[in-house]
Design a protein around this ligand. Structure first.
Ligand code: SF4
Ligand code: SF4
Length: 427
């Protein structure tokens, strides 16, 4: 029997893990046996992330190691590295490489595949156990780290901290709950950000999963005992643009179809889209059955937002968050900012921190800007020194932490200290 070993490299997000789950099923249905160790495999399928240089380096090192240690096995490289940096991949690997957006090419690559991977109907709705971050957020350990770094006797600190932790736990994002992953689409539509390399991997247009298919998957989850959904896509806010529909319509349909389900989280909704259907979105929020969503700020400076190509303003971001919180006061709002975008001044960065504090978001992450050479932003004048980016990340964590805004993250990043380390090395 043909044997395959499937592995994802560090950094892979839940969408790519869902892709690898789909590949696992693809191989099984085509008669392959999945093995737990690379040494037992005739084929090694390495699923890669190349979001920043660090994860790209890790993927490259893993490809080199697999070739060195298992020369008799065939290697197949899938995921984002083939799309984001094919020339670098080709320096060490001449074999089959399939980019994220082209994943169904696997049907042709394995010519005898009787079962074909489908673009729209391929999701398994569950992640590999070790990749399911949701149940680790927030752990007592991570809150302990947060308290150790930010402890204060100020009433505002405790008021916000207790509210934020309570809301996260209430949203089902902590403890050991299991989530049913509902992927609603692929790819990213305009506006394309000047700092983004991901589109090279995920594709420059949105493919939305039809409502009927989404509902089928939700019903399957309920039948299997899952009532908490994690809604994800490469750009969830853009769902429906290829079908003349909008995200709130889908969310309403899901909640109406299955009264027992709640949506524990929706991955990053681009403010550009959310602002356009804010009233409809808030109407769904008022049901109290959307517990949490991620909305990336990226910058609180309108000048920097324009350079990033984001097409919204800081005031629009504030308006969105205020309206959402009014609609459902226990809502968990997770956000993030890029630190040290080209020409960003310290005052620009203070604007980002100021927006988080004024908006009263629940949880923030600060990402040091990575000047990827293949991006517009990576080639801009006015790049910021790495040390200065680290200094700003620490400043941002301090200023948000002292008013009880959490900075918890997933798995190894759950420790706020990791964010500080990342600030130095993730560039
Ligand atoms: S979509 Fe981005 S985060 Fe996800 S695996 Fe690809 S490069 Fe990494
Ligand atoms: S919204 Fe921006 S960062 Fe996100 S995938 Fe699209 S272009 Fe990339």
């Amino acid at each position: 029997m043909r044997t395959v070993y499937l592995k994802f490299t560090e950094g892979c997000c839940n969408r790519r893990i869902l892709d690898l789950k789909a590949l696992e099923v693809f191989f099984a249905k085509n008669g392959w046996q999945s093995v737990g160790e690379a040494k037992d495999a005739g084929l090694i399928c390495l699923h890669t992330c190349a979001f920043v240089k660090r994860t790209e380096d890790i993927a490259m090192a893993e490809i080199a190691r697999m070739q060195r240690e298992f020369p008799r096995a065939e290697l197949l490289v899938t995921g984002c590295l083939p799309g984001i940096n094919l020339p670098r991949l080709r320096e060490i690997f001449p074999g089959t490489a399939i980019n994220t957006v082209d994943l169904t090419d696997i049907n042709a690559a394995l010519a005898d595949a009787g079962y074909a991977l489908d673009t729209l109907e391929r999701d398994e709705n569950l992640l590999f156990e070790q990749a399911d971050h949701t149940k680790k957020l927030p752990s007592l350990v991570s809150i302990g780290y947060f308290l150790k770094d930010n402890f204060s006797l100020r009433p505002v600190f405790w008021r916000n901290l207790l509210r934020n932790v309570g809301n996260i736990v209430g949203a089902g994002m902590g403890l050991s709950r299991k989530h049913w992953y509902l992927r609603i689409g692929w790819g990213c539509e305009q506006p394309h950000c000047t700092f983004c390399v991901e589109c090279r991997a995920i594709g420059y247009r949105v493919v939305s999963k039809p409502i009927e298919q989404c509902l089928r998957e939700v019903r399957a989850g309920v039948a299997a005992g899952y009532h908490e959904l994690f809604v994800t896509a490469d750009s969830p806010g853009a769902w429906g643009v290829d079908r003349g529909r909008r995200l709130p319509e889908l969310l309403r349909a899901i909640l109406d179809a299955e009264p027992s389900v709640v949506i524990s989280n929706i991955d990053g909704i681009h403010p550009y889209f959310l602002y356009r259907y804010l009233d409809e979105f808030c109407a769904v929020l008022r049901s109290g059955r959307i517990k949490s969503f991620m909305i990336p700020l990226q910058s609180g400076s309108d000048r920097i937002l324009e350079l990033m190509g984001r097409r919204y303003t800081r005031e629009q971001f504030l308006e969105i968050v205020a309206a959402c919180k009014r609609s459902y006061p226990r809502l968990v709002i997770v956000s993030q900012a890029i630190v040290g975008f080209p020409t960003e001044t310290f005052e620009d960065f203070q604007d980002s921190v100021d927006v988080f504090v004024r908006a009263g978001v629940t949880n923030v992450t600060f990402f040091p800007f990575y000047p990827h050479p293949e991006t517009v932003a990576g080639r801009m004048e006015g790049q910021i020194d790495d040390e200065e980016k680290s200094r700003r990340v620490l400043y941002g964590l301090k200023k948000t932490g002292e008013v009880g805004i959490l900075s918890l993250h997933r798995t190894h990043e759950v420790n706020p200290k990791y964010q500080k380390v990342k600030a130095r090395y993730d560039q």
